[in-house]
Design a protein around this ligand. Sequence first.
Ligand SMILES: Cc1cc2nc3c(=O)[nH]c(=O)nc-3n(C[C@H](O)[C@H](O)[C@H](O)COP(=O)(O)OP(=O)(O)OC[C@H]3O[C@@H](n4cnc5c(N)ncnc54)[C@H](O)[C@@H]3O)c2cc1C
Length: 434
Amino acid sequence: MTTSTIPNIVIIGGGAGGLELATQLGHKLGKKQRANILLIDKNRSHIWKPLLHEVATGSLDSNLDGVVYSAHAAKHGYQFQLGTFCDLNPAEKTLSLAPEYDEHQQQILPSRQVNYDYLVIAVGSVSNDFNTPGVKEHCFFLDSHKQADRFHHALLNAFTQVHQNTQATDLDIAIVGAGATGVELSAELYHVADLLKIYGLNNMTSAKLHIHLIEADPTILPALPPRISQSAKRELEKLGVNVMENTRIAKANSEGFITSEDKLIKADLMLWAAGVKAPDFIAKFDFFELNRANQIIVKPTLQSINHQDIFVIGDCCACELPDGNWVPPRAQSAHQMASCVERNLINVPGNKPLQEYQYTDYGSLVNLSRFSTVGSLMGNLTNRSMFVEGKIARLMYISLYRMHQRAIHGTLKTIGLWCAEKIMRVVRPRMKLH
Ligand SMILES: Cc1cc2nc3c(=O)[nH]c(=O)nc-3n(C[C@H](O)[C@H](O)[C@H](O)COP(=O)(O)OP(=O)(O)OC[C@H]3O[C@@H](n4cnc5c(N)ncnc54)[C@H](O)[C@@H]3O)c2cc1C
């Protein structure tokens, strides 16, 4: 153990899994001074990642709806440090944080080292461009709220150009990857295009918006049961989305995407949302065993192979299921893994046996903005999953976010936030236009 007599537990990444874990450990260990809990994140505030497509379209304001880590930490019994994790020395139990710079490239924090007794890596995932030429240079991604804000500004500029008819009469947006992100974003874009007339941009109508949703697999939402993908496809086509299945992208250039059949899909804005992998810096850690998506392979207790004092949770964790597949990168997996590691970190200093993680699939829901919600419930809880759509599905979808809010704020504040959101919906514009 390091300097103090109580263990130092360091969590890197305050996302769906890491922030829930820091909050719960803060309450159970930090406040009782049974451990020092430190959360490190490269951002100052947290936005639940499944909401990023709403930030990208302006339905949600990341400045108003984010949770500020330092304020949250002060209330919930843990500490927060702003920092970008870049290196690790498991033998010495130290990790390194890169220097931080402001927008004028002035250094605000030097590189630092942090000691730990127990480390939890929860740094999430990034989009996988599979080294497709031109994608990095020409596409937007939705991996962080900064990237979602960047897409939002480009979208507003494009809306303005069509409205003022300066350069464009129509707007083409091409999205590669028809998983939950691509599908939900497509519907949300039609929703905000419908709202524009209320806010004076009445020349830019949804009829002038052309979304091309491109998927290499034979169906959209390939990871979900066929009934969900068929239903989502029907809804998207009703809105006017050009759903292109069985279409592989070979490269991107300034005009749009080029398919493997050498066809150009012209686009004013391009977004890449095809597949995820753990961040690239993880690949240089040769003391971990990694899978093909850079994820760190763990034991059933979520400890990394070879390092008992390093736990891994969420999208960057490769945890094998009994059928040989990996636990899917989803918010519900991150939530369940956080609960398992919470119990294990409470048990480990007392040498109690550690619990093994068991993935429970409660189903998957896809929200097509205000138009529809489709999904399945129960997942692997029963032999047959239950197909749901409409109001019930929407309610279940929203309850996922409420569960996350409850884990980080408690029940009372979650109810308060829900009431505040209802009021804000009346007094605040329905989309962010700046
Ligand atoms: C648009 C969209 C819609 C989605 N919809 C759904 C859905 O409906 N249902 C569902 O179950 N899942 C959904 N997902 C997936 C879900 O968001 C992720 O599976 C989940 O957020 C993973 O949680 P996590 O804690 O592993 O990572 P994240 O929530 O991504 O958190 C990672 C954290 O690590 C921080 N970080 C990263 N690198 C570093 C570093 N080097 N140093 C310090 N900090 C770092 C980040 O800032 C971030 O705060 C969606 C994802 C997207 C993008």
